[in-house]
Design a protein around this ligand. Sequence first.
Ligand SMILES: Cc1ncc(C[n+]2csc(CCOP(=O)(O)OP(=O)(O)O)c2C)c(N)n1
Ligand SMILES: [Mg+2]
Length: 322
Amino acid sequence: MPDIAKETLLRIYNNMVRLRCLDDKINELIASGIGITQHSTRGQEATTVAACAALEPADYVMPYPRGWGWAIGKGMDPKILLAELLGKKTGCCAGKGGVHVADWSLRIMGRPGVQAAHVPLAAGVGLSIKFRKTRDVVLCFFGDGASNEGNVHEGMNLASVWKVPVVFICENNLYALFTPYEETTSVRDIADRAQGYAIPGVIVDGNDAIAVYEAAREAIERARSGKGPTMIESKTYRIHGHTAMDRFHLGGYRPKQEVEEWEKKDPVKRLRERLIEMKTASEAELGEIERRAKEEIEEAEKFAKESPYPTVEEIFCDVYVE
Ligand SMILES: Cc1ncc(C[n+]2csc(CCOP(=O)(O)OP(=O)(O)O)c2C)c(N)n1
Ligand SMILES: [Mg+2]
């Protein structure tokens, strides 16, 4: 039995289910012709959600482009997120950020568009925490493809030199766009690269929410107690294509059978089965979580669609600090 409070386990399950419903809803909106985009997190929900569950409210998240798990995990209301994606005034950036979701009140520092550009910024946030002498921690997410960018090297090196409280989480979903990671990555385990920065490198089964939570909790405690950064490599898989525009992900650049094998390791289903097996929750309780999540996302869609767009006069607000 894992040493995790029942309330935490249920929060993780709830957020994973809410994230999946939101992901499905956005794909539905895209299919209906609404001009938005997303990098689906189906199959990857455990990493961002369970890692964020190990944070405290004052901790920071440096998001990356895949999905919205870091937003849901850090407490963003799906209504506000969906309104932002639809360019509405009620969104977290008043409709002017679009996919570049940020909410500084939740310490979500802003989803980048340039892969890996945020990694040195995570070291910077860590340095600011050190100067301010608070006990906060930064969780910084990036993908396997991004792990080969110079920015990751610079950010991880500086974070180690400065011994700042940053936990780097690389979600290795085996592909960057249409390229398998072995074709672009020098090592089999990206976590091995942590050695080059003299920090711990941890490998975790990214489809096991409990394992991710435990690994993140340990790394976060280490960072909080002044021992510096950790790198976690979460091994997982994206079930959908790179984005909804990707028509070649099934049987094109990756074998259909590979996708089917990973579908059997569905992290949501897997946590559900564990919760039942450990008697953490009953079938009825989990069913209620799933029903409520669906309802919440339907309401979020209605809210986002009915919300107004920003006015022309509002376009130049929030551009500079006033
Ligand atoms: C610096 C930079 N190069 C290229 C791109 C275009 N691009 C967007 S997503 C992506 C693949 C990223 O792969 P990975 O880091 O593995 O993340 P995943 O999409 O698998 O979650 C690329 C190359 C970009 N956004 N930024
Ligand atoms: Mg990838």
